[in-house]
Design a protein around this ligand. Structure first.
Ligand SMILES: [Zn+2]
Length: 82
């Protein structure tokens, strides 16, 4: 483990780059892709990552690992309770 303030990749232990995922629609992790709408539907088991807002740019904090091409998203406080 390296002593950096950033997140360490859980797969390869490299230091991950902090940034954001930005989207024109809301962002959600879904157990199943909806074929009815381009926007993710918030069904049971879905996790809303970032709600679309008229007043701010829709984004969520994300950490990027450039060596194994993975992204880790922190969704604390955004979990759906359904
Ligand atoms: Zn990695």
């Amino acid at each position: 483990m390296e002593n950096h303030s950033g997140l360490t990749c859980p797969f390869c232990q490299s230091v991950m780059k902090k940034g954001f995922i930005q989207s024109g629609t809301r962002l959600a992790w879904v157990p199943k892709v909806s074929k009815l709408s381009a926007e993710p539907s918030l069904t049971k088991g879905s996790v809303l990552l970032s709600e679309q807002s008229r007043f701010s740019i829709n984004h969520v904090d994300a950490f990027l690992c450039e060596s194994c091409k993975k992204v880790v998203i922190d969704y604390e406080g955004n979990e759906q309770e359904q």
